[in-house]
Design a protein around this ligand. Structure first.
Ligand code: NI
Length: 389
């Protein structure tokens, strides 16, 4: 069966689903209407094994012939708190919410793949698990679905997901071996001194001076401690301290973020930052504490599944439709949390229009051109079938 032709045959329907979702965006874990819509379409397709997971998440299982393993396909469903600035016929009708990260396209593509895989259920052995996830944009959706058992009944041997990409033209897909998205971890530093009069510094411990040293010393981690070919970012984006120019304050609080492409580098930066904050503050008579909040690991494609995906896309789409991305994105994705338990791979779907400057993801002007939506549907379908074969 020609998977791409099958996807093209239902593309008009998939586009209609996508445009309905686009017009009715919902935020975070509050994706009830979206979940109800997804359940309705799955039932219309004929899939009866559909359950809720993590509140507004939906999990559906398509049984092929008996035996074989289980492969997961995951789509995120949530929108962003943005007022859309486009004048599309299917523009968001919900003020303060818009699908400017393309999750409407992801959900529609997975519904399309559900339709194709259901039609093909007598032709493959094993099980496909469809995961419709809320709360990707910082609301902990993957974590909540994992806590509610999305990884069990049945367990998956591989998992795949896609993300729209405005820098790739419609009718193409893109991927990359190894890391494709970065880790994202929030940090907080507290520098404690001793408060007093600005005129009598010798009777105080100045946390502002210490903070200056801490900031500079932290930059030596990326410059001098990390291997030159490793990738890492340590950004301090917010500093709070002091109340008046004639007072040496008690404490300064610094907030920041760490981004890396490997867990080891992440660990290295965290350990070094802790040592530098504590050591620098102690050296200057103060005290410092460093806290790294639980974050997202990087999205790293499994090598064997990447090889399979590369071969599958070239065979199904033709060489000219498949692009190798020159570099990963330093953005984060909670798909990484599934990859802590199940090997998987992530690819990008072209939604950019050629010959124009496409607005980036999360911009109020972002438009995902759905002309290439059949490549998303076919890509997910092909990955499930090839991983089960
Ligand atoms: Ni996104």
């Amino acid at each position: 069966m020609d998977i791409l032709r099958g996807a093209e045959a239902i593309a008009a329907q998939v586009r209609e689903w996508r445009r309905h979702l686009h017009a009715h965006p919902e935020l975070g874990m509050e994706t009830e209407a979206t979940a109800v819509f997804v359940e309705k379409i799955l039932k219309e397709i004929g899939i009866s094994n559909v359950r809720r997971c993590g509140g507004t998440g939906v999990v559906a299982v398509i049984e092929g012939r008996p035996g074989g393993g289980c492969v997961g396909l995951r789509a995120d469903m949530d929108a962003l708190p943005v007022n859309e600035r486009n004048d599309l016929p299917y523009k968001s009708v919900n003020a303060g919410a818009a699908h400017v990260c393309g999750h409407d396209v992801h959900t529609a593509c997975l519904l399309g793949a559900a339709q194709l895989l259901y039609n093909l259920r007598s032709e493959f052995q094993g099980t496909v698990k469809l995961i419709f996830q809320p709360g990707e944009e910082g609301a902990g959706g993957a974590e909540k679905m994992i806590a509610d058992g999305v990884l069990q009944n049945p367990e998956m041997q591989a998992i795949f997901a896609l993300h729209v990409w405005p820098d790739l033209p419609v009718g193409t897909v893109g991927f990359r071996r190894g890391a494709i998205l970065a880790s994202a971890q929030a940090i907080e530093i507290r520098v404690k001194g001793k408060q007093g009069h600005a005129a009598h510094p010798h009777r105080c411990v100045d946390p502002i001076l210490i903070t200056g040293h801490v900031i500079c010393a932290l930059q030596s981690i990326v410059a001098r401690e990390m291997a030159p070919l490793d990738t890492g970012v340590l950004t301090l984006g917010k500093i709070t301290g002091g109340t008046a120019g004639n007072i040496i304050p008690e404490e300064v609080v610094i907030e920041g973020t760490i981004r890396t492409l490997s867990k080891n580098v992440n660990k290295q930066i965290v350990e070094a930052a802790e040592r530098i904050v504590e050591g620098t503050a102690a050296m200057l008579r103060g005290s410092g504490s460093f806290k790294a909040f639980p974050g997202l690991p990087p999205v790293v494609n499994d090598d064997a599944l990447f090889d399979m995906m590369q071969e599958s896309f070239r065979r199904n789409f033709g060489e000219e439709r498949v692009r190798t991305l020159p570099e990963p994105s330093m953005g984060g994705e909670d798909f990484a949390l599934y990859l802590e338990h199940v090997p998987g791979a992530h690819f990008r779907l072209g939604v950019g229009q050629e010959g124009r400057d496409n607005f980036p993801l999360h911009s109020p002007d972002f438009i995902a051109d759905d002309g290439g939506i059949s490549y998303g549907v076919a890509g997910l379908t092909a990955l499930a079938l090839d991983a089960l074969a």
